[in-house]
Design a protein around this ligand. Structure first.
Ligand code: GMT
Length: 373
């Protein structure tokens, strides 16, 4: 089968899932074509059956906003025609599902058929998609897709609550390729460069948008470091970064907090982490938490959205109410002080990720592609 994958090529979870899926499909023999405005950050090989097509935007002074959907749907038409693609799998509804609908219509006009699979990822529904500026177009393009998937039951329920959806939404969980989280030896996992042997390591990875509540991360760590010698790694970048740096400075803990910026080698940072903090306001799934668990890390998160489907309270980590910094800090302190419990919970967290393995999820997407015909 020949499949086009459309996604955001950035560090966000939807782009990561789309890229890992495309690479896995190509490894299995499918012909895969990425159609995006940049090379996806996690794309680590291109081969005879894995191609990248850049959506180029023509700048014109008349436009205050460049019409990306037009360029994207035009590129989709071109690639479907030239490579005879059978399926366009679009990740993140805005504007990809809408552009795919337009491409499908333009192709039908020329007697060419293509199926559209839309995967909903979270903020395309909960934060942005349901905004009155976009809602009508998002609802329409979801209903026009041949198959629709959501990355958690929570996101499926949110979609049905916020939109009038006539399509069946199938839940296909996000996944990880476990091999990428196996650290061969200490040489690869450079813990000593980050912390002293007596210190615990806490990590947060995100796009530092307000929804991630990075200031809560700093507040939680501030409580923890008073009780347990520790360091905090802040991985990623975004609008709240400078506020988080300022808060760490004001609290007098900046030398214990390392702001590392964006990284596409998260496995090498997670391999020495003890606790992963994700106190998000909402999270359809929390791919970063799953990646942390795959790297033997205990997750302490809020109990919002799809997080309870990924992080099991008292087993793989702990859940607390949104904004309950005190509970999250107390959970972190108690687990970090108890070596035996910490090791057991790390093991359980890793074991739990088998439910979200590439081997389990890939056939689910294959069934969905086949169901289109
Ligand atoms: O977390 C973000 O803001 C980025 C966003 C994205 O689309 O890249 O993440 C969403 O999709 C991820 C992959 O499915 C999920 O793991 C994240 O939970 C989800 N983010 C939110 O719902 C806030």
């Amino acid at each position: 089968m020949k499949i086009g994958i459309v996604c955001y090529p950035t560090f966000g979870g939807s782009g990561v899932v789309a890229t890992e899926l495309g690479m896995a499909l190509a490894n299995k023999g499918y012909e895969v074509h990425f159609i995006t405005y940049n090379l996806p950050v996690r794309l680590d090989f291109i081969s005879y059956n894995l191609h990248f097509h850049e959506v180029a935007l023509e700048e014109y002074p008349l436009f205050q906003y460049q019409p990306y959907e037009l360029a994207l749907s035009t590129k989709m038409v071109e690639v479907v025609k030239r490579y005879e693609l059978e399926v366009l799998h679009v990740h993140y509804a805005i504007p990809h599902a809408y552009a795919a609908y337009m491409a499908k219509k333009m192709l039908a006009d020329k007697g060419i058929k293509v199926k559209v699979v839309t995967t909903l990822h979270g903020t395309d529904i909960t934060l942005v998609g349901s905004h009155p500026s976009y809602k009508t177009a998002v609802e329409f393009s979801i209903n026009q897709s041949d198959e629709v998937t959501a990355v958690s039951s929570s996101l499926k329920n949110d979609t049905l609550r916020l939109f009038n959806i006539q399509k069946d939404i199938k839940v296909v969980y996000n996944f990880i390729d476990a091999k990428k989280y196996e650290m061969a030896d200490e040489e690869e996992c450079k813990r000593a460069a980050i912390a002293n042997p007596n210190e615990r390591i806490l990590t947060h990875i995100s796009n530092f948008r307000p929804v991630k509540r990075v200031l809560d991360v700093i507040q939680i760590f501030n409580q923890v470091q008073k009780e347990v010698p520790s360091k905090l790694l802040m991985v990623g970048d975004g609008p709240e970064r400078s506020k988080a740096e300022k808060l760490a400075e004001d609290l007098g803990i900046i030398e214990k907090v390392l702001f590392l910026g964006n990284s596409n080698e998260v496995a090498k940072l997670l391999c020495y982490s003890d606790v992963f903090l994700l106190p998000s306001e909402t999270e359809s799934f929390g791919l970063a938490a799953l990646e942390a668990m795959a790297a033997n890390t205990v997750v302490i998160s809020s109990n919002t959205g799809g997080l309870p489907e990924v992080n099991i309270h008292g087993e793989t980590g702990f859940l607390a109410d949104l904004g309950d910094v005190k509970s999250m800090a107390n959970h972190a302190i108690s687990i970090l002080k108890d070596e035996a419990k910490l090791l057991e919970m790390k093991r359980t967290a890793k074991e739990h990720t088998k439910l979200f393995s590439l081997e389990k999820v890939l056939p689910e997407y294959e069934r969905i592609y086949n169901a289109c015909f």
